[in-house]
Design a protein around this ligand. Sequence first.
Ligand SMILES: [Zn+2]
Length: 388
Amino acid sequence: MIQYFSADYVIPVTSDPIKNGIVAIEDGNIVGLYRENDPAVKADVEHFSGVLIPGFVNTHCHLELSHLENVIPSKTGLIEFIGNVVTKRGQDVERIKEAMVEADRRMYESGIQAVGDHVNTSISAEVKSKSKIIYHTFVEIICMKDDEVLNKIDEARDIEFYFDPNHSSITPHAPYSCSKSLFKTYKKSISDDNIISIHNQESEEENKLFRYKSGEFLKFYEKMGIDVDCFKAQARNSIQSYLNFLPASNHTILVHNTYTSIKDLDFINRMARKVTLCLCPKANLYIEDTLPKVQLFLNQKFDIALGTDSLASNDTLSILEELKTLHKANKELTFLETIKWATINGAKALGLDNEIGSLEVGKKPGLVLLKNMPNLKINDSVEVQRII
Ligand SMILES: [Zn+2]
């Protein structure tokens, strides 16, 4: 049976907003978009006060860290944060699973339709297989020791085996946690459809490491017993040092970009790769107490997407809350631009744009209502309600 829903505005995302528009849905599939009083609408229409949008895409999360909500101290900087996650993440398996089920439920209710989710273990496989959310799982590789490279890639493949083969890939974790020789071997070992998602320039310490071989990461390596004698200062920021190590034809999501400069963006542009910049503003405030320089990213050639990161560094897993944070800090942003970041751009980055990310006939993108949103402006009073 076809159901009809209308609202003050319908935002299809990939086409113009429709004032007093109507969305027709059958079994979750979009079967039509109409203007008010369209004679093609032959049944009752359920009207909502607010704005109807497709389900959100959370391009970056770590579901398996959900049990660390309110555990890790905030605003310590990235290196202390990583140390805390490493020492505090191990807990009772049942407790971890319960926290993931709850986080998955909260994400779905807050209108999230798909998630790009990083893992180091297979513990989230069961939750994901039962979820209403579509997950793309990124199995992280962390490897600073040359003699462990092959083993670490094999280990990642073994973990990937537990997840949906159509929605999983293996990926380097971050430039500071992967050696040059890992990058080289990784490049040779993946196929063209393996989506890459790498933490990028989340801390200025990462740039210091690559630029001058100095800063907090050196102390961190010493503490962890990692020998970086062979690593040479590159006299340029991290992204300019490692992007060429990644295979050119694979879609690459650069996550965070908090300390990415205009020069770095020029460099990425010159490389002419399929790159999505994923911003996680609330996690940046939690860990580094700063925000990415959004104004630099506007009008660039690459897409911007949004992620929540994990509950270890966030108090919500809500894309609406990420939008509120960005709009509060950047008054020049318009909702009609950022709604793409929150939906279709993430869907494209995860290879899901044929199914979700916009209200288009033939897609099954979910239907979400934003309430208390006069003049299509995002402010603190906007609330989200899942309709379908
Ligand atoms: Zn992350």
